[in-house]
Each structure stands twice: as structure tokens, then as C-alpha cells.
Design a binder for this molecule. Structure first.
Ligand SMILES: O=C(O)C1=C[C@@H](OP(=O)(O)O)[C@@H](O)[C@H](O)C1
Ligand SMILES: C=C(OP(=O)(O)O)C(=O)O
Length: 448
């Protein structure tokens, strides 16, 4: 778990062309869900391509604590022997979800309609993040929770002994909240309905259907209406996890801003609820193409080819696109600093409650490296200096946030002077091979 060890200061140096093939790890969102739904199925689910980052490993450990058998095989595949919907055992230890909002929120949902109690905690970053957004709807099922002031971890959830199904309009655009409600709905008799006004990543809906649950999705005037019939017997699955578009973002953006680069990032999940960054980059004038488009395991997939793009322009990113690229704004702001003109990013107040306040964290680091940033409660704007013109030379705080650390490492590759971060250790939560992968393309990222 990040934040428990010694900080790892890192520096990234301006470099020549990045080239080659970047095989990024499996999708983090899909990996969490594969483990959790595998644990709620009856029988053995096999998973290949699972992300072996700290966030997902913490979820694997949690599923063991709730009674599932979770095994990593010598060939790198995983199996989960599930205990069935409603079959979770009461853990005899505190569940430590490390740095992972997805892990803790989805697991709280999955256990909230079983007659067991569990206490959850995390690292210094996770223990600051809001949990009421999940415990409020879980209370409607009959679950109780006691946590620290402001609905923070550590927190104990006492699952409902006699759960009732729920109809819930998600008040913030959050796939974690939607998924927590759906997972809780699995063990409530009757139909649980979740309504989201803005579409967020739909991996839970897709995977629930894959496991044999009865789930329907309808676009209505009220929003996306998801209806789940409770108490199914989930059928174990064979799951091939596609590579993570949120991780692909780093080698892609690095190639766009580093002279003469040409990088291929194969097999990237391009579910439309996740691909907003790539659309945005193309609108800015990035030389980014999709090759070999196909469907794998029910998800659209393509190989991304990114080449040096010296003529990118700042744009206004449509606020309605925010959910489909929410984790990519930090690295987008680095590309924006290398474009001509202003990039305006609105409708993004959720960025303030991630592993860090991502608007604040990026604004500080960009300013420390010579870039002008304006910000408001739910928007920010980066004043582009043009390609290769970011002065660099500064040290940035990563605030226990993997995406902040990696974004600044990308910035150093295309800057005039090196860029440092105080702590790159959180990178292991989602992209444990970031340093060797970027090094293999020709980047110079060093522990300092
Ligand atoms: O459901 C998921 O797997 C995720 C949902 C998003 O969070 P929110 O639901 O808080 O928007 C995203 O930021 C996170 O990295 C993963
Ligand atoms: C926000 C993120 O993750 P989580 O909410 O799962 O901690 C992320 O990976 O960018």
C-alpha cells in the first residue's frame, strides 16, 4: 500500500524520440470488478490480464477476508472461487483498501446487504476521501455505518440483515457510487434501480450481465436507468481484462510532446465511457490514430499510435465529456501546457475529491515549472506555451496521487529542464511497470 513506505523522489529528463511498443497493464476498474463479482459467483472465475497494482491486490486480499479463495497462478492468471451472492463471511480483521477509492466503495456495497459487519481503512489519502456518497444509499437498503467526522474512514459498515431493494438517483457523476448500489442490490430481493444523469463508466453493468445477472439499461428523460433483479446465482466467468486506457494515457501523451516520437500502445480498451481523453487530444491536433479496431471480451479495443505533435492547439473541453476522461485531466493539462493557447476544462469538481485535489495539485506543480494556470471550484484553465517551451526545473508534490506523479514525469520528458516529484511511490497503485516501460521507449526517469 502506498503512503506507508519511504517516499521515492523521482526526476524525469528532457529526452529524444520515444519509440517502440508500450504494453500497459490491465484495466484497473475492470480488475476490481472481476475480483469482486468472481467472489460473489458460485464456482471458479478465471482472470487473465489482471492489473497487479497495489489497489487491485488490496481488493484481492479483501475478497479473501470475506471468504473467497483467490489464487495467483504461475502463468500470471488468477482464479477466484466465489461464495455466492449473500455468502460473504464476516472478516476477522480490518479491511485495508490502501489508496483505492474504487476498492473500498465497491466492497462496501458488495457487503452491505449481508448480515455481517466490516471495518474499512486506507492510507492517508483514502482516509480523507468522502464516503457518505456511498453510505447514504447503502442506508436505504438497511445498512448502518459509523465512521469519522464528515463520513471518512476508518468506518464500520453493519450490513442489512433484511435488505430491501432501492431506487436511487446518483447525485454526483460517479461510477463508484453507481456500482456500490448495484452490488448491494445483488442481495436485496426484487428490483434495485439506479439512475444516473450523466453516463459514467459502465463496466459494472456489462460485467453483471456477463455473470448472468438480470440487468437492463434504458436511456430516458430522467437519465440512464439501470434495473437489476436481486438474488441471482452468478455464474463464474472467464475474463480477459483489456489494457487500461487511463494508463495508456501516459505513454501516449509523452509521445505527443517529445520530439520525433512514434509509439504504439496495443490492445487498449476504448469503451466510450472511458475514451474521452483520446477524442480531446485529436481535437487539439494530436497525431493519434486507432489501428486494428476490434472487440475483446465484450469491450471495444484498438491499438493506439501516437506520434510527436508539435502543432497542438488549446481547446475548451466539453463539460459533458468529463466523466469519460475524469482520471485523465492531470496528464491532459501537461499536453495543454505544450499546446498553443488556452485549454479550458470545466465541469470537473469531482477532481477535487480524488486521491488528491487534482486541480490544486496540478496547478501547483505546473506553476512551479513556469506554466500559468487559472482555477475555480469546478474548472481550470492552462495557458499553453507551445511545444517544448515548458521551462521545467521545478519539484512537484504528488500528494499520494499516482496520476499526479506520472503526469509530472511525462512533463519532464518534453520540458526545457528536468522535472522532479517528491514521491513517486503511489505509481505502484495503478501502473507498477511505469518506470521500465517508459525507460524501454527511451525516456529517462530516475529515482533521485
Ligand atoms: O468505478 C471506477 O472504477 C472508477 C470510477 C471513477 O471514480 P468516481 O466514481 O469517483 O468518479 C474513477 O475516477 C476511478 O479511477 C475508477
Ligand atoms: C481516482 C482514481 O482511483 P480511485 O478512486 O479508485 O482511488 C484513479 O485511479 O485515478
Amino acid at each position: 500500500m502506498s503512503g506507508h513506505g519511504t517516499p521515492i523522489p523521482m526526476t524525469s529528463y528532457p529526452c529524444g524520440p520515444l519509440s517502440g511498443v508500450a504494453e500497459v497493464p490491465g484495466d484497473k476498474s475492470i480488475s476490481h470488478r472481476a475480483l469482486i463479482l468472481g467472489a460473489m459467483a458460485v464456482g471458479e472465475t478465471r482472470i487473465t490480464g489482471l492489473l497487479e497494482g497495489e489497489d487491485v491486490l488490496d481488493t484481492a486480499k479483501a475478497m479473501r477476508a470475506f471468504g473467497a479463495e483467490v489464487t495467483r497462478h504461475a502463468d500470471g492468471s488468477w482464479s477466484v472461487h466465489g461464495v455466492g451472492v449473500g455468502g460473504f463471511a464476516e472478516p476477522d480483521q480490518v479491511i485495508d483498501c490502501g489508496n483505492s477509492g474504487t476498492g473500498v466503495r465497491l466492497i462496501m456495497g458488495a457487503m452491505a446487504t449481508s448480515p455481517i459487519a466490516a471495518t474499512f481503512t486506507g492510507d492517508a489519502s483514502l482516509n480523507k476521501r468522502p464516503m457518505a456518497r456511498v453510505t447514504d444509499p447503502l442506508a436505504l437498503f438497511g445498512a448502518r455505518s459509523v465512521g469519522r467526522k464528515g463520513g471518512r474512514l476508518p468506518m464500520t459498515i453493519v450490513g442489512a440483515a433484511d435488505p430491501v431493494p432501492v431506487r436511487y438517483v446518483v447525485p454526483v457523476p460517479s461510477a463508484q457510487v453507481k456500482s456500490a448500489v448495484l452490488l448491494a442490490g445483488l442481495n436485496a430481493p426484487g428490483q434495485t434501480v439506479v439512475i444516473e444523469k450523466e453516463a459514467t463508466r459502465d463496466h459494472s453493468e456489462r460485467m453483471l450481465a456477463g455473470f448472468g445477472a438480470e440487468v437492463t439499461v434504458e436511456d430516458t428523460d430522467e437519465g440512464r436507468v439501470i434495473t437489476l433483479t436481486g438474488r441471482p446465482e452468478l455464474q463464474p466467468q472467464v475474463i480477459a481484462v483489456p489494457r487500461d486506457p487511463s494508463s495508456a494515457a501516459f505513454p501516449v501523451c509523452a509521445a505527443l510532446i517529445t520530439p520525433d516520437s512514434d509509439v504504439l500502445v496495443p490492445g487498449i480498451g476504448l469503451n466510450p465511457t472511458r475514451a474521452g481523453l483520446f477524442t480531446t487530444l485529436r481535437e487539439m491536433g494530436a497525431d493519434l490514430t486507432y489501428e486494428n479496431e476490434r472487440t475483446e471480451g465484450g469491450e471495444p479495443v484498438a491499438d493506439l499510435r501516437a506520434r510527436y505533435s508539435p502543432d497542438m492547439k488549446g481547446i475548451t473541453v466539453p463539460p459533458e465529456r468529463a466523466a469519460s476522461m475524469i482520471d485523465e485531466y492531470p496528464v491532459l493539462s501537461v499536453v495543454a501546457a505544450n499546446a498553443q493557447g488556452v485549454t479550458m476544462m470545466g465541469g470537473v469538481k469531482e477532481l477535487r475529491v480524488k486521491e488528491s485535489d487534482r486541480i490544486d495539485a496540478m496547478a501547483r506543480g505546473l506553476r512551479a515549472n513556469g506554466v500559468t494556470v487559472e482555477e475555480g471550484a469546478d474548472w481550470w484553465a492552462v495557458h499553453g506555451l507551445g511545444i517544448g517551451k515548458v521551462p521545467g526545473g521545478g519539484t512537484c508534490e504528488s500528494f499520494l496521487d499516482h496520476r499526479i506523479a506520472m503526469s509530472f514525469m511525462v512533463m519532464g520528458m518534453g520540458a526545457v529542464a528536468p522535472v522532479s516529484v517528491d514521491d513517486g511511490s503511489p505509481i505502484a497503485t495503478s501502473f507498477p511497470i511505469f518506470e521500465p516501460l517508459m525507460g524501454g521507449l527511451g525516456a529517462k526517469v530516475e529515482r533521485t
